[in-house]
Design a protein around this ligand. Structure first.
Ligand code: A3P
Length: 321
């Protein structure tokens, strides 16, 4: 496929709008694009990587974790990696998850890229098997051969918890300015002006594929409520046998209090080096329904309406609603 055969339209966000967005999302210096019929909003740099990502060769040995950010991606990655690697604690306790799992579109986030010197798409494409790949891109922007070739675990979370978590995370990374408030952030989010939105299109694309044998659709809320059952689901999906002892041990390893202090997953080094601000940390609160502490009445009502409108005509429901 020729580069100019990229099948989706990539439009620059109009200059006036881009200027407003860049004033708010101060970490983004190059602007934004909207991609495809759903109009996913992504950093401008995505333009240069879109084709490489779309045409990347997928191998049957790859294991993907895909999500909208702050949906429990890291938690799911560690869970999947542990099961896929026969509970190899020795490696998991020695090598950071960011080195065990590649973030596919990391290089499209210029602010992050300059700080982390992240892997390029072409580097990820060349990695030896088995590749463990994380992406926040919706399925329609990933290679079309993905699901028919290899396993994909998708994780979704109540968007109200997602938005609170993403807001704090963006502050941590200085992606938003100091004075950004949750309420304004929430308004950008529901107008689909926060990167990787529209949120519901993202989730629903994966939900529609949930019966595909190569797709495992998980909810954060489900991991939270019954991790041992989730471990068993993942094991079955990956064709692995797990004993009760292994499940119990992994459950403990993935438990919030242990996860938060696990240096191989908590990105503490970014805080120590000053890349992250001294905030609540990457592994932050770890609650279901924590948004209730942060939403005012107006946001709560808006959210109810927004969720209902987006779920109308679909059979998608969050487990906790
Ligand atoms: P909060 O900010 O609400 O605490 P992602 O990895 O997709 O960025 O998701 C991050 C969210 O998952 C954060 O949510 C984080 O605290 C939560 N999380 C990470 N590990 C967890 C664990 N072991 N148990 C519960 N929540 C966890």
């Amino acid at each position: 496929m020729e580069k100019n055969n990229y099948p989706l339209e990539i439009r620059d966000v109009e200059p006036e709008k881009a200027e407003i967005l860049m004033k708010y999302f101060t970490g983004e210096h190059t602007g934004f694009v909207r991609v495809g019929p759903k109009g996913y909003i992504l950093p401008y740099m995505f333009k240069y990587e879109a084709f490489k990502i779309y045409t990347m060769e997928i191998r049957p040995t790859d294991v993907f974790v895909v999500s909208y950010p702050r949906s429990g991606t890291t938690w799911t990655q560690e869970l999947v990696w542990m099961v896929a690697n026969d509970m190899d604690y020795e490696t998991a306790n020695k090598i950071p998850l960011t080195k065990r799992y590649s973030f596919l579109e990391f290089s499209t986030i210029p602010f992050v890229d300059s700080l982390f010197n992240s892997m390029k798409v072409e580097d990820i494409a060349m990695l030896p098997a088995p590749r463990f790949i994380k992406s926040h891109l919706p399925l329609s922007l990933l290679p079309p051969t993905l699901l028919d070739t290899t396993k994909v675990v998708y994780v979704a979370r109540d968007p109200r918890d997602v938005v609170v978590s993403f807001f704090h995370h963006n502050k941590l990374k200085r992606f938003t300015g100091e004075d950004a408030e949750l309420k304004s952030y929430w308004n950008y989010f529901i107008k689909s002006e926060v990167i990787w939105t529209p949120y519901f299109s993202h989730v629903l694309e994966a939900w529609e594929k949930r019966s595909h044998p190569n797709m495992l659709f998980l909810f954060y809320e489900e991991l939270f409520k019954d991790m041992p059952a989730a471990i068993r689901r993942v094991a079955k999906f990956l064709g692995k046998e797990v004993t009760s002892e292994q499940v119990a041990k992994l459950n403990e390893h993935l438990d919030f209090k242990n996860f938060k202090k696990n240096k191989m997953v908590n990105l503490e080094e970014f805080q120590e080096s000053g890349i992250f601000t001294k905030g609540p940390g990457f592994v932050r609160k770890g609650k279901v329904g924590g948004w209730r502490d942060d939403f005012d009445e107006e946001m709560t009502e808006q959210a109810e309406k927004w969720i209902a409108e987006n779920l109308r005509g679909t059979d998608f429901r969050f487990p906790n609603l």
